[in-house]
Design a protein around this ligand. Structure first.
Ligand SMILES: Cc1ncc(COP(=O)(O)O)c(C=O)c1O
Length: 375
């Protein structure tokens, strides 16, 4: 059997990883400014993370959600406190798309309405419900034509209100900061306006923090920069530092009932141990403060680089629009051994390093970029 060939891949095979670095078969060392797509939050193979997963594995790795699993409660408690959502309830799944899928379903269950408002260039995952609110035609099969979501321009509150007035909208879904679109930030006023409109029309406000959450932007969630609270928050990526886990944070006004949501693997013992290890390391190493500090430093230095045409984002979720960006991204990887992320616009570099990256590692990246920009 061969692999189903859907990924454009670089011909590099990492076989080992540690901290902010990955190593290929020949022992060549790469600086990871991509974090395996915003997934590596506390650095690769962090010793505490490895130890916690190992000791969990020695006891019990999995049992179905038909029994008491105390480690889920431990995770919910710690996550509630760390995220500023202590009164919310947690539903655990395995990925970002599943988190969004369940959030959309909850909005519809709760309001009894069918439609969801999403925004231009939104990306919420590739399962069928998540695809309904994902604005990339190429990813959709005719099977996904569905009940129709509306994609509205970011920042257009009047357009949002027009749709809400129709009375059939269950919810509004928005990324804390759009990732795949190339690090596009909704303004504080827009997020606050969405909060007010959702309240006025009794629609559910869903914040997709799968990429922008977990401390990446210098606060636990990106939408917290706007001082708002969401009704539902979706998380994944950095939550498990590579162990597949996702979650939905749910306002207490949503009523749970037996069988409303469900999953086989979601919330398994091993995944919860990984997620707890991530939160423990984040706390121990002040990872969120580090993300803010080094994010500010990177942005300040980037503004002085010749070919940089625009910088977006916050903390360690930064988009850099470059003259010849695509070529520079390749050169960073193949000449300087530095991974960065791409975006729907190939001239945008997405910077998503581990949250505990060091200043020295930031300088290594900046020096390589300066060289590529002729400085
Ligand atoms: C904002 C956002 N939502 C959802 C997803 C889907 O997550 P997953 O690939 O884990 O299903 C992604 C993945 O990139 C994302 O960036």
């Amino acid at each position: 059997m061969k692999l189903f060939d859907v990924y454009p891949i670089f011909n590099i095979e990492p076989v080992k990883a540690q901290g902010s670095y990955v190593f290929d078969k020949e022992g060549k060392k790469y600086l990871d400014f991509y974090g395996g797509h915003a997934v590596i939050s506390i650095g690769h193979t962090h010793p505490h993370y490895v130890k916690r997963i190992e000791s969990q594995l020695e006891n019990i790795a999995f049992y179905s959600n038909s029994v008491v699993i105390s480690i889920q409660k431990e995770l919910a408690e710690k996550l509630g406190n760390a995220s500023g959502y202590p009164d919310y309830n947690l539903f655990l799944i395995n990925s970002g798309a599943e988190a969004c899928e369940n959030a959309l379903k909850l909005a519809s269950f709760h309001t009894g309405k069918p439609r969801v408002i999403a925004f231009d260039k939104a990306f919420h995952g590739r399962t069928s419900g998540a695809l309904q609110v994902t604005d990339y035609a190429k990813m959709k099969a005719s099977f996904n034509a569905g009940t129709g979501s509306d994609f509205l321009p970011l920042e257009d509150l009047a357009a949002v209100e027009n749709e809400l007035k129709k009375g059939d909208v269950a919810g509004i879904i928005i990324e804390g900061i759009q990732g795949v679109a190339g690090i596009v930030e909704p303004s504080v006023e827009f997020l606050q306006g969405l909060r007010s409109l959702a309240d006025k029309y009794e629609a559910v406000l869903i914040l997709d923090e799968v990429q922008s959450g977990y401390g990446r932007t210098g606060k636990f969630f990106a939408h917290q920069h706007a001082g708002i609270q969401a009704d539902v928050v979706t998380i994944a990526k950095g939550m498990g530092n590579g162990f597949p886990i996702g979650g939905v944070l749910i306002h207490p006004k949503f009523k749970a009932s037996s069988g409303l949501l469900g999953t086989t693997f979601g919330g398994n013992h091993l995944a919860c141990a990984a997620a707890l290890a991530v939160l423990e390391v984040m706390e121990e190493e002040s990872a969120i403060t580090n993300a803010k500090m080094l994010g500010d430093y990177l942005i300040k230095e980037l503004t002085h680089i010749n070919k940089v045409k625009n910088i977006t984002g916050k903390g360690l979720m930064i988009g850099v629009l470059l003259e010849d960006g695509k070529q520079i991204r390749d050169n960073l990887l193949f000449k300087h051994s530095i991974f960065t992320g791409g975006a729907s616009n190939p001239d945008i570099l997405r910077l998503l390093p581990p949250l505990n990256i060091t200043k020295l590692e930031c300088d290594m990246f900046l020096n390589a970029l300066r060289e590529e920009c002729g400085q």
